[in-house]
Write a protein that binds this ligand. Structure first.
Ligand code: ZN
Ligand code: ZN
Length: 411
């Protein structure tokens, strides 16, 4: 099958399973000029699925970079009223959103970080109602990926540019469960069923603690917050429409108790922190906080992350992913969270997700904190899953249950 047909399958997956576009719904597609092929196919598939109107928000990362260099922080921080009005209308119309991610590694190197941060905070404040709309699932939204040449060369440095792009397409399609001979829509239904079944089993147990152990030296106990919620896979919008925020996704994740983490965890993949690759590292926790750590490469970057703010040396997420899964089996480091965090069991240093505690999305920050929620401006996932990882849950009644044996789910 030609690559073009496979990309068409991915477009259809984004429309039908990702955003699950409804009859007469407006669809917003966020795409850079690097990914126009996929954007066009998504547009066509969305119309075929009954979309009333498809609007593509084109951006060009190089144009944006020139803007960062030449505009003042003030100009960069200003969102014109017509743009706010445009988004307000789309929110009012109940538009769904499909975003194509295709990062260009290193493109913003050399830009004044303060300028970038100040203007990005100002812009997201002005448009926070759009973010709220999506993050509270008041409409369907989904993220898929497509390659660009720079990213492809970063992932496959030994290949010629054209070959690298082809190879990254193959890897993205494979990870997204799109293959020559499958029906990705059916495959995702089965995949979602498995993820939701694991959520249900884990939610029913309401484990007090999880213990992780392997031969690399990981030996750590994580207490979970009371009334924690395991999430992962598809979600339902407040209007009752099923959708999949991330393509791909492999994780079941929940909220650790901020002060309930004790022991040592050894990372099994590098951590990409603000473009720096921290390698071969371990962390030791006491009462939730990292009290000791080391890294063979870029220990300073790890130090920066841990000292970023008060919450960045505590955990905000624990996610379970079977060792035997498409991204893990590919053994490719994508330098992109959408893929890399779905390759292996991971934890995140920094901010927790309110959705991982019952009633959390409507709760006040202070109330969440009282229950063990960790707040931080950082959220950095790092991978620690391995072929021999064992996970044992202990219920509040003291009953022990094996969750992972030899790297994979056994419940
Ligand atoms: Zn995660
Ligand atoms: Zn995460």
């Amino acid at each position: 099958m030609a690559k073009e047909q496979l990309i068409e399958k991915l477009a259809e997956l984004a429309v039908k399973v990702g955003a699950n576009v409804q009859q007469d719904q407006i669809v917003v597609v966020n795409s850079s000029t690097e990914t126009k092929e996929l954007a066009r196919k998504i547009t066509l598939k969305a119309y075929e699925a009954g979309a009333k109107k498809v609007m593509v928000n084109w951006t060009d990362d190089y144009v944006s970079r020139y803007g960062l260099d030449h505009m003042s922080t003030d100009t960069l921080s200003t969102v014109p009223q017509w743009q706010i009005d445009k988004y307000q209308e789309l929110v009012d119309e109940g538009a769904c959103v499909i975003s194509i991610t295709s990062p260009i590694p290193g493109l913003n190197k050399g830009v004044d970080p303060k300028k970038m941060q100040t203007s990005s905070i100002a812009r997201s404040k002005a448009l926070s109602f759009v973010q709220d709309h999506m993050m509270s699932n008041r409409t369907q939204w989904s993220i898929v990926a497509a390659p660009n040449a720079v990213w492809a060369k970063r992932v496959f440095p030994d290949l010629e540019e054209d070959e690298a792009v082809e190879a990254l397409w193959d890897a993205i399609l494979q990870a997204s469960r799109v293959t020559e001979d499958n029906d990705p829509i059916q495959e995702w239904k089965e995949h979602n069923d498995r993820l939701l079944a694991h959520n249900k089993i884990l939610n029913d147990y309401q484990f007090d603690t999880l213990h992780f152990e392997n031969n690399l030296g990981t030996d750590i106990t994580i207490k979970l917050v009371e009334n924690h919620v395991w999430a992962g896979g598809g979600e339902t919008s407040t209007k009752g429409v099923w959708f999949n925020p991330n393509i791909p996704t492999e994780e079941n994740f929940t909220m650790p108790h901020k002060t309930g983490v004790n022991g040592k965890v050894v990372a099994t993949k590098p951590l990409n922190y603000q473009g720096t690759l921290i390698e071969d590292f371990w962390l030791e926790f006491k009462d939730g906080q990292v009290v000791d750590y080391d890294a063979k490469k870029e220990k300073d970057a790890l130090k920066n992350l841990l000292e970023y703010d008060e919450g960045s040396s505590y955990l905000g997420e624990i996610a379970l992913i079977s060792y035997d899964s498409p991204i893990s089996n590919s053994n490719i480091l994508f330098f992109n969270t959408l893929f890399d965090e779905n390759a292996s069991c991971h934890m995140a240093l920094g901010r927790a997700y309110p959705m991982n505690i019952e009633g959390g999305t409507d709760a006040k920050l202070e109330d969440l904190k009282e229950k063990g929620y960790n707040f931080s401006m950082a959220h950095s996932d790092f991978m620690f899953g391995s072929k021999d990882l064992q996970i044992t849950g202990t219920t509040k009644g003291g009953k022990k249950v094996t969750i992972f044996k030899d790297g994979d789910f056994v419940i």
